[in-house]
Design a protein around this ligand. Structure first.
Ligand SMILES: *Cc1c(COP(=O)(O)O)cnc(C)c1O
Length: 422
């Protein structure tokens, strides 16, 4: 639909309309998953008797914070897990994953990644990339990895062999593609790895669940994962949580993670919620819906840019296992125009012009489009791209499809203005 508020070239409006028709079945399928997950979370909140009294602020040590305890139980139900920890004080997804790994690994143990090299920011935690010290490696925890097969999928034979031979303490799975071109894992594929691990070892199966929450109707613990962790400024915070993370899984493991989160002895009994409970509940409640909006935005971007002649992954009609969409823009200046156009359609900081910049931890310059209510929240429409061949933009998020659609159209418009799209 053409509204009077933005100027979009008729050729792009037409491509957008064609994309809408092409992806109708996808949108319906996303709505079905959203409805299922939304009712799952609603039922969990009703079953746990969530009430206004759970939103009361605690301070100091935060003893007896009923809201914190109820939220943990709601999350456990929604993730199909025995137990969970949901905390605003987990500073990032990486911090959350780090707490969980340090929580369950002990000196001499082996951590085995079976989905290739983990996400960039986890590497210093493991100690396979120089960090500031204090890595798992510093504490005598070993690391090995099984590469993905040539098609980017798990290498089933190599995984079975490595688990049998090495008898790891933790089998580590990354559900999302992160910022790589490999496909994301489905919950069924995660279940298949969990089965291999449990049949061939005593290993516990750990899933980096970032970007995957509520994309399918089941979550990894329902398929045999022992522990999962993720960020609240991605899917699970529903665009409302201002910071935080969650860990869910087996009760004995959650207890170990709680000892690492605070201290052995105090565990989950302390941790003042400081008035964040209402936003964490509301965000978790909204998470299935917002994840659906982000998925629709990704499908739209895939359809539009494929129509405009660019390689996209996943394809518009492909089944999705996370909210990330890559668009291969082939030229550095096209990538810059894409990100600048997307930024110009953000509800916050639309006037900012993003430029490629040196970033700590990256070998190439990086450009980011992010005009978000919560700094760095990638459940809000955002795009990131390292300036390296083949100049791929990774976009994700969208608090609501109608606004994200315009951000995506403005990315295409800026590319057209710069002469990249005919
Ligand atoms: C985002 C992400 C992380 C880390 O989360 P931060 O909040 O950026 O620290 C880890 N793994 C994956 C797959 C992610 O997408």
């Amino acid at each position: 639909m053409q509204t009077p508020f933005f100027t979009i070239d008729p050729s792009l409006t037409k491509a957008a309309e064609e994309t809408r028709l092409q992806t109708q079945a996808q949108f319906l399928a996303i709505d079905e998953v959203t409805e299922y997950n939304q009712q799952k979370v609603l039922a969990a909140m009703i079953q746990e008797g969530v009430s206004e009294s759970h939103f009361v602020e605690t301070t100091g040590y935060g003893y007896g914070d009923r809201g914190r305890e109820a939220l943990d139980r709601v999350a456990a139900r929604a993730f199909g897990a025995e137990d969970a920890l949901v905390r605003h004080s987990l500073a990032s997804g990486t911090h959350t994953l780090s707490v969980a790994l340090f929580g369950v690994l002990r000196p001499g143990d082996l951590l085995l990644s079976v989905t290739g090299i983990p996400y960039d920011t986890i590497r210093p935690v493991i100690g396979i990339k120089a960090g500031a010290g204090g890595s798992l490696k510093d504490f005598g925890i070993h690391y090995a990895q099984v590469e993905l097969a040539a098609d980017g999928l798990p290498d089933w034979d190599a995984i079975t062999l490595a688990i049998g031979e090495k008898q790891p303490k933790v089998v580590y799975i990354q559900r999302s593609r992160g910022y790589t071109l490999r496909p994301s894992l489905s919950v069924a594929q995660i279940g298949r790895i969990a089965k291999i691990a449990h049949e061939n070892s005593d290993a516990l199966v750990f899933v980096d669940n970032c970007y995957g929450e509520f994309v399918q109707t089941q979550e990894p613990p329902e398929m045999g994962a022992d522990l999962i962790a993720g960020s609240l400024i991605k899917n699970a915070g529903g665009g409302i949580a201002k910071s935080g993370g969650y860990i869910a899984g087996r009760r004995d493991l959650i207890t170990l993670c709680a000892a690492r989160l605070t201290t052995p002895g105090t565990g989950r009994e302390i941790g003042a919620s400081l008035g964040h409970n209402r936003e964490l509940f509301m965000g978790f409640f909204n998470a299935p819906h917002v994840t659906g909006e982000a998925l629709k935005s990704a499908v739209f971007a895939a359809g539009l840019f494929e129509r405009l002649g660019y390689a996209v992954s996943p394809a518009p009609l492909e089944e999705r296992y996370d909210i990330i969409q890559s668009v291969c823009l082939r030229e550095p200046d096209a990538l810059v125009a894409f990100c600048q156009g997307m930024q110009s359609g953000a509800p916050v900081d639309a006037f900012v012009v993003p430029l490629p910049w040196d970033m700590p931890g990256y070998d190439e310059q990086v450009i980011m489009a992010a005009g978000a209510f919560t700094a760095g929240a990638s459940i809000e429409l955002s795009a990131d791209a390292p300036l390296r061949e083949p100049y791929t933009a990774f976009l994700q998020g969208g608090l609501n499809f109608h606004s994200a659609k315009m951000g995506i159209l403005l990315a295409a418009q800026k590319m057209k203005d710069a002469g990249w799209i005919q």
